[in-house]
Design a protein around this ligand. Structure first.
Ligand code: NDP
Ligand SMILES: C[C@H](O)[C@@H]1OC(=O)[C@H](O)[C@@H]1O
Length: 253
C-alpha cells in the first residue's frame, strides 16, 4: 500500500485513464475524489467500484475549463477528507479534425479544456497544498503527443506539450513548498477518446505493431506509474516526464 492516509483528486475520472488511476490509487489506500464533465452513470460506477473494494470516494461534476470548477473541486476534497495530498490533472478531449478547415470553436474548446483546465485545476490544488504546509504532488496527464505530431491532432498536440511544460514550470515554482510536479505521457491507450479512430481494424493493428510490447495500452496500465509518482518512492522526482507507451516512441525501425 503506497498511498495509505493520502488523498488524491483526479479530473476526468468517470472513465478511461482517469478511472484507471482512481481505482488503482484506491487499491493502494488513497481516498479518492473524481471530477467529470457529463456522464453521471459512469462517475457513479467509478465511485461504486472503489467503495465496493473497501475504499472511500466521491464524485463532483464540473467543466475543468471553468475556473470556478477548480475551486469547487478542491473545496469538495477538503470537505470530504480534510486535505489534498495528490492532484492528477487528467481531463481532456481530442476531437480529431483536419488542419486546413479546423472550426475555430473546435480549436478553442480543445485549448480551453486541455490546457486552461489543467492550469486552473493545478493552481487551485497547489494553493490548497501550500496552505496545508506539508507538500504534495501534482501529476498531469500529458501524452506522447507532446513529443510527436498527429495529422488530425494539430489543435490537440500543442495542449499536451503545454501540459508537460506546465509541470516543468510548476516544479520550479512549487519545489520550495515541497510540492513535486510531474507529467505522465501515455502512448495509445484504449478508451472512448479514440474508440472511433481505432474502430478501423487496419489502423488499430498498425498502431499495435508500432509498440515494442505488441499491444495498445489499457487504462489500468496508467495506474502504477501514477501511484509511483504520487508516492514517497518518488520523493526526489520532480519536473520529470514518464512515457507509458509500450515502447511506441522509441520504435523507429
Ligand atoms: N487514450 C489515449 O490514448 C491517450 C489519452 N491521453 C490523455 O488522457 C486523458 C484522459 O483521456 P482518456 O481517458 O483517453 O479519455 P476518455 O474520453 O475515456 O475520458 C475523458 C474523461 O474526461 C472527462 N472530461 C472531458 N471533458 C471534460 C471537461 N471539460 N471537464 C471535466 N471533465 C471532462 C470525461 O468526463 P465525462 O465522460 O463524464 O464527460 C471523462 O471522464 C486526456 O487528457 C487525454 O488527452 C493522453 C495520451 C493518450
Ligand atoms: C486520442 C489519441 O488516440 C491518443 O491521444 C494521444 O494523446 C495519443 O497520442 C493518442 O494519439
Amino acid at each position: 500500500m503506497l498511498l495509505e492516509n493520502k488523498v488524491m483528486l483526479i479530473t476526468g475520472a468517470s472513465k478511461g485513464i482517469g478511472r484507471g488511476i482512481a481505482v488503482g490509487a484506491a487499491k493502494h489506500g488513497a481516498k479518492i475524489g473524481i471530477n467529470y464533465a457529463g456522464d453521471d452513470a459512469a462517475a457513479a460506477a467509478t465511485v461504486a467500484e472503489i467503495k465496493a473494494a473497501g475504499g472511500e470516494a466521491f464524485a463532483l461534476k464540473g467543466d475543468v475549463s471553468d475556473p470556478q470548477s477548480a475551486k469547487d473541486f478542491i473545496q469538495a476534497g477538503v470537505d470530504h477528507f480534510g486535505k489534498i495530498d495528490s492532484f492528477v490533472s487528467n481531463a481532456g478531449i481530442c476531437p480529431f479534425h483536419a488542419f486546413l478547415d479546423m472550426p475555430q470553436e473546435v480549436l478553442e474548446r480543445t485549448l480551453r479544456v486541455n490546457l486552461h483546465g489543467a492550469w486552473y485545476m493545478s493552481q487551485a490544488a497547489a494553493n490548497q497544498m501550500v496552505k496545508q504546509g506539508h507538500g504534495g504532488t501534482l501529476i498531469a496527464v500529458s501524452s506522447i503527443s507532446a513529443l510527436v505530431g498527429g495529422e488530425f491532432q494539430t489543435h490537440y498536440t500543442p495542449t499536451k506539450a503545454g501540459v508537460l511544460s506546465l509541470m516543468q514550470s510548476t516544479a520550479i515554482a512549487l519545489g520550495k513548498h515541497g510540492i513535486r510536479c510531474n507529467a505522465l505521457l501515455p502512448g495509445t491507450i484504449l478508451t472512448d477518446i479514440n474508440k472511433d479512430d481505432l474502430a478501423d481494424d487496419a489502423k488499430r493493428q498498425y498502431m499495435e505493431s508500432r509498440t515494442c510490447l505488441g499491444r495498445l495500452g489499457q487504462p489500468e496500465d496508467m495506474a502504477g506509474p501514477a501511484v509511483f509518482l504520487a508516492s514517497d518512492l518518488a520523493g526526489y522526482v520532480t519536473g520529470a516526464s514518464l512515457l507509458v507507451d509500450g515502447g511506441l516512441f522509441v520504435n523507429l525501425q
